[in-house]
Ligand binder design. Sequence first.
Ligand SMILES: [Zn+2]
Ligand SMILES: [Zn+2]
Length: 76
Amino acid sequence: MTQTINECPVCANELDWDGSYLCRQCDKHYQKKADCPDCGAELEKLQACGAANYFCNSCNELKSKSRLQFYFVAQG
Ligand SMILES: [Zn+2]
Ligand SMILES: [Zn+2]
């Protein structure tokens, strides 16, 4: 098992969680996003019963988390 580290896309510092992802070094918040591995569209995050699911509006189906590549985008 490899552990996922949430890394700042700018400075590679490990991100903190304060309701959203925070880089203390950049003093910026980031959003975690993923694109559809099949069509490349941005996936919509669905929160259900504490578990997050990722839905592609373009393929019209849920995508398995294990296939997704996550990345961080600065907020605001
Ligand atoms: Zn940073
Ligand atoms: Zn898709």
